[in-house]
Design a protein around this ligand. Structure first.
Ligand SMILES: NC(=O)c1ccc[n+]([C@@H]2O[C@H](COP(=O)([O-])OP(=O)(O)OC[C@H]3O[C@@H](n4cnc5c(N)ncnc54)[C@H](O)[C@@H]3O)[C@@H](O)[C@H]2O)c1
Length: 305
């Protein structure tokens, strides 16, 4: 198949693009489209397909693609310019949906656990969304757009994946928006005490990039799908920041105590945890790394931590 990956220079997109063109995934012909606003060329050095350096809002690839993985997005969650966020995320997605309608392609796209806001965990698809910032709201608007679009185009399959906190190789370019696992590891490798918010008991559903790729591939392959389906993609259990520090100490061979500081954010997700029952039942998703310890071990073994 020919597959388009938007945001393919980014963390998730580049992992997905490289997996899809590998023999194990079926040697697909993969085209990356990215405006390089936050992604990095370093993620694409070992990618062999075509790379279109452009924004989804301005460029239509001239070749038909069977599947579109739409990962392109502003991923800086602290951006407060609402028009910028909405144009970049929602209007780009509208454009991508036009291509899908013309090409009759399946669309698998990245939503976010940010649509839940600070709802009580576990986060279920039936929860009323309550995003705390315009980033989260843009993802919610995209979900609603996908729903409306699929009513007008019932032949299309559009699958939204609400990623939780993704970690793994290829996230280094994200700086302070990389996962806590990556950021704390950098501090500890430099011999510094890991700095976390008081008292380190905030909980996150940390999901490995391998499991996120797995969920995407399943969303591409599964035949029977509800229209404009949305699924949670997490590991299905929450770990605390203190557990991350303990896991890193073990894997890095350090013995550094956390340094706690006041959380400066008025709006902060204190506990995220994906209810992945639909993801398991409908997509057949089975996270390989349900424990932080195993995930950190595999991350270190990949040479990227
Ligand atoms: N990493 C996570 O923990 C996480 C969690 C929830 C959701 N997500 C979503 O997953 C997707 C991938 O995130 P990521 O972690 O790989 O971030 P990333 O910043 O590494 O990747 C996003 C990519 O999109 C590109 N881009 C942005 N706007 C574009 C546009 N208009 N046209 C073309 N390219 C554009 C950027 O240059 C970048 O390469 C995003 O949609 C993000 O919102 C990620």
């Amino acid at each position: 198949m020919r597959i388009l990956v938007t945001g393919g220079a980014g963390f998730v997109g580049s992992n997905l693009a490289k997996h899809l063109e590998s023999p194990v995934a079926g040697d697909h012909q993969v085209v990356v489209l990215d405006n390089f606003s936050s992604g990095s060329f370093t993620n694409l050095v070992d990618f062999h397909g075509d790379v279109i350096s452009s924004g989804c809002e301005s460029h239509e690839p001239c070749v038909r693609c069977d599947v579109i993985f739409h990962e392109a997005s502003i991923t800086d969650t602290t951006v407060t310019d609402q028009l910028l966020m909405m144009r970049n995320n929602v209007e780009s997605f509208r454009n991508v949906l036009h291509w899908a309608a013309r090409w009759n392609s399946r669309v698998v796209w990245a939503s976010s656990a940010a649509v839940y806001g600070n709802q009580a965990a576990p986060n279920k698809l039936t929860d009323t969304p309550h995003p705390l910032n315009v980033y989260g709201y843009s993802k919610l608007a995209m979900e609603r757009l996908a729903y409306l679009w699929s009513k007008e185009h019932p032949e299309l399959r559009i699958v939204g994946l609400r990623y939780f906190n993704v970690y793994g190789a290829g996230e280094g370019h994200k700086g302070k928006f990389a996962s806590m696992i990556y950021q704390l590891a950098q501090q500890m490798k430099a011999g510094k005490r890991p700095r976390i918010f008081k008292a380190g008991e905030q909980k996150r559903d940390f999901v490995s990039i391998q499991d996120v790729v797995q969920a995407n591939v399943r969303a591409m392959q599964v035949e029977r799908l509800p229209q404009a389906a949305v699924f949670n993609v997490g590991c299905g259990r929450a770990g605390t920041f203190n557990e991350v520090v303990a896991g890193l100490n073990k894997v890095l061979g350090t013995n550094l105590q956390a340094e706690y500081f006041e959380n400066p954010y008025a709006f902060f997700q204190n506990h995220t945890e994906a209810d992945i029952s639909d993801t398991a039942t409908i997509l057949g998703y089975r996270p390989q790394y349900a424990s932080i310890q195993d995930g950190i071990l595999a991350y270190k073994a990949s040479g990227a931590l």
